[in-house]
Design a protein around this ligand. Structure first.
Ligand code: CUA
Length: 338
């Protein structure tokens, strides 16, 4: 029993090695995540002490009082008021102590950031991608959430279809995205950088592929990003025959579900990610794939083969049956959408 136990521990421990852990909740990079970590650390310490105390007592009793022969029965006793009071009162006090700090933290992290300059984003969970609607700026984007570093960002969470859960572990705890209900959360990153996250509530076929990225910028860079995103979609140069053909294809095939602001259908709510500035993003398809031509090509050949989806039920993108030439044209057009 000892050997497999040690082997299992070693295996578990190897997951916590020196490699980079992009979703390590114990490595907080912002005030909200730090508050949670400050709560977790002492609670874990208490749990470790209790664990070794209880397991130690169990082991001690196992060996000390085990029957050595049939006649060797221990002295039989019944009830011990002091002991029973002790093991009732001590855990109650420990729980009350932990509960006090837990409840205080729960209320505190529910604070809302207010003020003109506070960035507010509506985050909407879809099967299986994240929509970010910067209502004040008129920007809609997907999967990559851009924020200014060193400032609290106020998020309002909703879901389009089923329950999802927004979780960027280094910046904040998990908060549910629920259809027909708005939940709020605040996130903040200490310094600029990329922070990985994912959906943390099982939401169907591609739950595991519903990833996300928070990209925190210096304020000036964030303002530049906002200005770039507010620009209308690029129109391909007439000399770029592939991109021009791709734009035509997009209008025929893709606008049924995708929006490109300024291109036909731009004003309509559509079920799929807004692609106005697709080429400015670093990932696509629920941040499952890095944004590059070869990944886009594989994706456009047959999306449901790259990511488990259920397009017949309006969950995800169907196979459009495009030819290689059409795919080349579409990619040329998509690449203009900086
Ligand atoms: Cu969305 Cu799991």
């Amino acid at each position: 029993m000892f050997v497999p136990a040690v082997a299992t521990l070693g295996l578990l421990g190897s997951a916590c090695g020196t490699q980079e852990l992009p979703q390590n909740a114990l490595d907080p990079q912002g005030p909200v995540a730090r508050q949670l970590d400050n709560l977790w650390d002492p609670v874990f310490l208490v749990a470790v002490v209790v664990f070794f105390l209880v397991q130690g007592l169990v082991l001690y009793c196992l060996f000390k009082f085990r029957a050595k022969s049939d006649e060797d029965a221990p002295v039989q006793v019944h009830g011990n008021a002091k002991l029973e009071l002790g093991w009732t009162v001590a855990p109650a006090m420990i729980l009350a102590f932990i509960g006090f700090f837990t409840v205080a933290t729960v209320f505190d992290i529910n604070r809302r950031a207010e003020g003109e300059e506070v960035v507010q984003v509506n985050v909407i969970g879809h099967q299986w991608w994240w929509e970010y609607d910067y209502t004040d700026e008129g920007i809609k984007t997907a999967n990559e959430l851009h924020i200014p570093a060193g400032e609290p960002v106020q998020i309002a969470l909703n879901a389009e279809d089923v329950m999802h859960n927004f979780w960027p572990p280094k910046l904040a705890g998990k908060v549910y995205a629920i259809p027909g209900r708005t939940n709020y959360m605040q996130i903040e990153a200490d310094v600029p950088g990329e922070y990985a996250g994912q959906c943390a509530e099982y939401c169907g076929l591609s739950h595991a592929n519903m990833r996300l990225k928070v990209i925190a910028h210096e304020r000036a860079d964030y303002d530049r990003w906002v200005a770039d995103q507010k620009r209308p979609a690029a129109t391909p140069a007439a000399s770029d025959a592939n991109a021009v053909a791709g734009a035509g294809l997009f209008g025929g095939q893709c606008t049924r579900c995708h929006v490109i602001e300024g291109v036909q259908g731009g004003e309509i709510e559509q079920p799929a990610p807004n692609l106005t500035h697709l080429a400015s993003r670093t990932c696509f398809a629920g941040c499952m794939f890095e944004m590059n031509d070869s990944n886009l090509r594989r994706w456009l050949r047959n999306p449901p083969a790259e990511k488990p989806m259920n397009p017949d039920n309006n969950q995800g993108m169907p196979n459009l049956g495009l030819t290689e030439e059409q795919i080349t044209q579409l990619i040329a057009y998509l690449n203009t959408l900086k």
